[in-house]
Design a protein around this ligand. Sequence first.
Ligand code: GLU
Length: 461
Amino acid sequence: MKLASKYGEVVQESLNALLEDESFLPNFKEEERKKAFTSLESILSTPNQIQKSFLRVPLENGKVLRIPAFRVQHNNAVGPYKGGIRFHETVREDEVINLATLMTLKNTLHDVPFGGGKGGVVINPREFTEKELHTISKKYVHNFSDILGPDKDIPAPDVGTGEREMDWMMGEYKSIHPGRPYRGSFTGKSQVNGGSLGRREATGKGVYYTLRYMLHNFVNENEEWFKKNENRFAKTALNHTNRQLTVGIQGFGNVGSVAALESYTCNYLDTKVVAVSDRNVTLYNEEGLDIKALIEFTSQHEGDLPTTDEALSQSNIKAEIQDREDVLYLDTDVLILAALEEQIREDNVDKVKARMIVEGANGPVTLEADRKLSDDGVLIIPDILANAGGVIVSYFEWLQGRETQFYSEEEVFTMLFKKMKETMDNIYPQFFSDPFPLRQNCYIHSVMKLSNILYRHGKLY
Ligand code: GLU
């Protein structure tokens, strides 16, 4: 069987590598082994459920829309389905399936006891009033109410959604299911509504942490490897203690702005953020941008970065205004991709000069581009590893909802970093001994764990 999803090819390669490894599922021999692997392929390549519904939304101008919406439940062998709901005009069914598949593998990789799911609504949220977005959020829960719930499927924010939408959605869930537990039905809620401290910052903090941990902890321990591998990443990594590392960040939303601030205030690495971008512009300053001032600016301008010299000088920010895509092609040591998917593709990969790429968004580098960059010696810290901070703190939020007991922000970040460190300690050393790129290593780990669980559930016969 051919795996259909975008992640299918990497999953397939992981299965092929595991098939060769006789220590994996040793009870299965020859024909039985082939059969077990065929079962695995079919389980991983198809979601358990795809639900599509049209949300009927009366607009304030009197018109009525029927808006397509999806919830995909990929796999729940490890626990209830879990994954965000995105509001974006480019949402498509196959993309939601891909993202749900990634959630299954992400949760398994980090030992988060959830399966994988994802939702999407085909709208540009900027074109709707607050009241209309409220209706859309409520209708989403209404139409999918049978399949959602704290022990079934737990959505969270994703592109175009945040605390506000999760609060509305949980409110609707509570009205539909009176008397039933509801706090764990959605994560990423506001704190007054049972949200976890630190959830908003979790993804961005985790993204930066994966980079910091690689450079600060692994580079020194693996000097021999670096000396042997005179590639793009190795050159940057080896001398990073002698100079400031330059960082470019695509996207200045929840993930990008937090990763930028982490870099700006980092005590472990000497970094400067020389470029940030959003849907309108790239801002560049080779001396390093004033990230605190930029965050202050965006908080007063609906999340947008300054787009004119006048706006920059009024806020006392020194930067050069460039095209929004320019951030991708700057000569920086590190490029953090925290916007949307498919930003680096076969057609633009040759223009990328960065030596390390960190995927804050889901799927910002296509597989073809990933291969090309890895062959050129660029280190890519993949989405499945780098951006798991969000779902990890979602798990803490879900736990806190069950226990009705709350952790301090410090406790949340300590637990988050501990969990991510455990995963990285499993993955990073292998990067220095295996021929596989990090993404492949992560997939092999995740597929292996999931397969063992499926085997013990008796699903491979
Ligand atoms: N949307 C985020 C992701 O793609 C978080 C999901 C969650 O917290 O459940 O990982």
